[in-house]
Write a protein that binds this ligand. Structure first.
Ligand SMILES: *[C@@H]1O[C@H](CO)[C@@H](O)[C@H](O)[C@H]1NC(C)=O
Ligand SMILES: *[C@@H]1O[C@H](CO)[C@@H](O)[C@H](O)[C@H]1NC(C)=O
Ligand SMILES: *[C@@H]1O[C@H](CO)[C@@H](O)[C@H](O)[C@H]1NC(C)=O
Ligand SMILES: *[C@@H]1O[C@H](CO)[C@@H](O)[C@H](O)[C@H]1NC(C)=O
Ligand SMILES: *[C@@H]1O[C@H](CO)[C@@H](O)[C@H](O)[C@H]1NC(C)=O
Length: 573
């Protein structure tokens, strides 16, 4: 009996113990849940970023001043902003491509700092106009035949959607460079600008290079060699009978698609003028053409309501309401670097001015254009010129963003390639980016031989050292013509081969993410505008170009004149 009683007691105790254990466990779980909930509740209450402060009660005093730190608050705010970013999947009515020729990441960073320092700030925290775009990608720039790239072949990629060989434009890699006979209708490729023209849109090219330079030319021409800018060039440079190939200037004037390119603002008059014509700005210079054709006059005669200007006064007098086609050629060859522009005799508009006027003309039924100038300056080994051009590009993008309708315009900012341009060392915050390095203690930074050095430098180029590296204590390194030191001494600084950035905003821009091939830029613009057949399975034509109206009323038929593609190339080689 006792045994039975004891065992029953034990049994009850065991049950009770187990129950108690469960109760305890449950209590712990409830307590934990409450703790989590309270933490969670705290997290959801405060929208400002000070949400973490009350977790102290649960987890201890781990966050102290972190949540009031302005850098921390910036991060919290950006999360909030980014949570609100939604992809714009509408079909774009218009597109603008800004191309910073040679504007690699080091150029963007140094340009951002210079722009900030020109405004009296320390510079590093400055934000360029395209750096607030919500979408971006890295683009790989190699070619079919080169690990690196030249401007013609990479412009062919981002404007035509294919990779090709170095030195050729608007053609695929089956063409043999400099052999006219290898160029046929089968290996020509169609650009985004041509697709836009054929869809009835307006197009424009704005550049500080010659209009016939490789980068803008890749939007309208096909050439077995990028240097075939005039008939004289073909005669001098083709390796076979070049007489059956059209030079690039002639292709610009005889461009056969749509109603022709509406706006060309560029340099390079000499390629369109013949030998007997004297340049209007430089009495000692003439045109280059051997065929005796005055292509500028031919262009004006061909287009109704058209106008030619060659200086600032002519540019300022353009009446955007009256003119439908305009060609502005502001230099015999390339336009001036931004930092030298004020010295021009006849006057030249800035990239921002050209951009604004081009958009206003194109907005009457706009479709596209190009712009820029960074690359030549880097080729000279001069960071000052290149970075001032980056600052000018920043203003042009900002101006465009002010005047376009961002809900219907895809704006893309990218580079064709980088340069062997570096930002090195440990300069203190706010150290002049074009200056000699000073470190935290405000002393000059020196090398192992007690010689000073600049923050900016080149891997190769005209600043190359022939013998030992000179000290820079008494050198004005921010002078316009100063050449930063370079490791390898070359006559001409080279392109860089690392990836370039692609920054996008507006309809279709959400497709820019990840690491992509450079030709993808064409495909995003094509999809966003829904132009080529290859895309039309997955996009709807814009209502102003024959698409079905959306019931949401997202598109307005009253605005057909607003469509355009704006290709802006900050071009340079
Ligand atoms: C949130 O920030 C605003 C602006 O700084 C401030 O006025 C407001 O009091 C803050 N709210 C909380 C809950 O801290
Ligand atoms: C250019 O000048 C030469 C020599 O005066 C002349 O023979 C030729 O016809 C001129 N060409 C044109 C297109 O005016
Ligand atoms: C600008 O071009 C116009 C038209 O050719 C010309 O009349 C004017 O003299 C030029 N101005 C300058 C400063 O060269
Ligand atoms: C480095 O050069 C500076 C300027 O010529 C000189 O004042 C300084 O003493 C040198 N320092 C050393 C460690 O040689
Ligand atoms: C390099 O330096 C040597 C010796 O001082 C000189 O003879 C030569 O001309 C220099 N070369 C260049 C390209 O500057």
């Amino acid at each position: 009996m006792t045994a039975v009683y004891l065992s029953a007691k034990l049994y009850i105790f065991a049950i009770f113990s187990a129950f108690a254990e469960q109760v305890t466990e449950l209590a712990m779980k409830i307590s934990l849940a409450v703790r989590f909930c309270s933490a969670f509740l705290v997290l959801t209450i405060d929208e400002n970023g000070s949400r973490f402060s009350t977790i102290q009660g649960v987890n201890g005093d781990i966050f102290r001043n972190q949540d009031t730190n302005s850098w921390y608050k910036d991060g919290v705010k950006l999360i909030q902003d980014n949570l609100g970013v939604k992809p714009n999947t509408n079909t774009a009515k218009s597109a603008i491509l800004f191309l910073g020729d040679g504007m690699g990441f080091s150029t963007i960073t140094a340009g951002r700092i210079l722009d900030g320092q020109m405004k009296g700030e320390t510079g590093e925290e400055n934000v360029l106009s395209w750096e607030v775009f919500p979408w971006s990608a890295l683009a790989k720039t190699y070619l079919v035949d080169l690990q690196g790239t030249d401007s013609a072949s990479c412009a062919t990629a981002f404007l035509n959607g294919i990779k090709t060989n170095s030195g050729m434009l608007g053609v695929d890699s089956t063409v043999r460079r400099k052999y006219c006979a290898s160029l046929t209708d089968d290996n020509k490729v169609v650009s985004i600008l041509t697709l836009a023209e054929r869809a009835g849109m307006s197009t424009g090219i704005v550049t500080t290079t010659r209009a016939t330079h490789a980068t803008p030319a890749s939007s309208y021409a096909h050439a077995a060699d990028r240097n075939w800018e005039s008939d004289a060039d073909i005669k001098a440079k083709a390796l076979d009978d070049g007489s059956k190939c059209k030079d690039i200037a002639l292709q610009l004037i005889e461009y056969p698609h749509g109603n022709g390119i509406e706006v060309v603002f560029a340099g390079g008059r000499r390629e369109l003028m013949h030998k007997n014509q004297t340049d209007p700005e430089y009495p000692d210079k003439t045109g280059e053409r051997l065929d005796g054709r005055d292509l500028i006059q031919e262009w004006v005669d061909k287009h109704p309501n058209s106008q030619y200007v060659w200086n600032q006064t002519g540019f300022d007098q353009i009446d955007v309401k009256k003119v439908d086609h305009v060609i502005g050629l502001f230099e015999s060859s390339n336009m001036k670097y931004e930092i030298e522009r004020a010295d021009d005799k006849a006057g030249e508009p800035s990239i921002a001015e050209m951009t604004e006027k081009a958009i206003k003309i194109l907005q009457k039924n706009p479709k596209g254009y190009f712009l820029g100038r960074i690359d030549h300056a880097h080729h000279d080994g001069s960071a000052t010129k290149a970075l001032h051009d980056t600052v000018a590009m920043n203003k042009a993008v900002a101006k465009a963003l002010e005047i376009v309708n961002k809900d219907e315009t895809l704006v893309t900012v990218t580079a064709d390639h980088s340069h062997v341009f570096t930002i090195g060392g440990y300069p203190k915050r706010g150290n002049p980016v074009l200056g000699i390095q000073k470190n935290l203690g405000d002393e000059l930074a020196v090398d192992l031989q007690n010689r000073t050095y600049t923050t900016l430098g080149y891997g190769d180029g005209p600043g190359g050292l022939n013998g030992s590296r000179p000290d820079l204590r008494n050198v004005k390194t921010d002078a316009k013509d100063y050449l930063q030191q370079a490791t390898v001494h070359l006559g001409w600084e080279s392109h860089g081969s690392e990836d370039v950035g692609v920054f996008g905003d507006g309809p279709g821009a959400y497709l820019f993410h990840g690491v992509v091939e450079q030709q993808y830029v064409f495909h995003v613009m094509d999809h966003a505008l829904c132009l080529s057949k290859s895309k039309q399975k997955s996009c709807d034509k814009h209502v102003t170009r024959g698409g079905k109206p959306k019931s949401s009323g997202a598109y307005s038929l009253s605005l057909p004149s607003m469509m355009y593609v704006l290709l802006m190339a900050a071009l340079l080689i």
